[in-house]
Design a protein around this ligand. Structure first.
Ligand code: ZN
Length: 227
């Protein structure tokens, strides 16, 4: 057995027209054309929208999403304008919110400028990050305390349920009263579980995480460098 048969030939020789084509020339060119138009479209929509969903709508607080409008100039050439618009408006229309559109370049320049200022003024950078962290920490603290109270109450409820059942079994609690009491505690339990879930969502969101100032400083500097 020769060595050559083990691996694939790295330099295959393509002989045109010598064999029956696996796909017809017609289909081949169709596929190529589609591929080209697709990648062109992708490039169009992949234009850098640096602040996509980082900007917040001033009216509803939802993220702002990219929007491109094309217009034709007097000389016939086409120009594109990039904007950020409220995602609520974008997805659900004018009943949900206003467009609040903002020119992408202006918004991006403004943000870049502010980052540059922040990175050059280390004292201010650290002060700002400290403030963000301490407000995150205090909201984190509050949520954790609330969670603890809920857990405690859920335990009490469990004990109450056990107590009611015990009394019922000892024939000291009539069934209609048992049902009424169990209903009441199970309602409360459901509300508490719901609150617990909401708090868990908050706790896992980035808003409540404490960030390392050194890490942010490094990321911002890297960001400016890449940009
Ligand atoms: Zn909005």
């Amino acid at each position: 057995m020769s060595k050559r048969r083990k691996g694939k030939n790295p330099d295959p020789i393509i002989v045109e027209g010598q064999h029956e084509a696996i796909i017809s020339d017609e289909l081949w060119s169709l596929v190529q054309a589609r591929r080209k138009s697709k990648s062109f479209k992708q490039r169009q929509s992949n234009e850098p929208f640096l602040l996509s969903s980082l900007l917040r709508c001033p009216d509803c607080g939802q993220g702002m999403v990219p929007s491109i409008t094309t217009y034709t100039r007097k000389d016939g050439t086409k120009r594109k304008h990039r904007y950020y618009v409220c995602s609520n408006f974008h997805n659900k229309g004018s009943a949900a919110c206003k467009a609040n559109s903002i020119k992408a370049y202006e918004a991006e320049d403004e943000v870049i400028n502010r980052i540059e200022k922040l990175v050059t003024n280390k004292q201010k950078l650290y002060k700002t990050l400290k403030e963000i962290n301490s407000s995150s920490a205090s909201s984190l603290n509050k949520l954790n305390k609330e969670l603890e109270q809920i857990e405690n109450r859920l335990l009490e409820i469990q004990q109450l349920q056990d107590k009611y059942m015990e009394a019922f079994e000892k024939n000291t609690l009539p069934i209609d009263i048992l049902q009424e009491r169990l209903q009441k505690v199970s309602n409360e339990k459901r509300e508490l579980e719901q609150k617990k879930n909401e708090i868990a969502v908050h706790l896992s969101s980035s808003d409540s995480k404490v960030i390392q100032p050194e890490l942010i400083e490094m990321l911002l500097e890297k960001f400016l460098f890449v940009y």
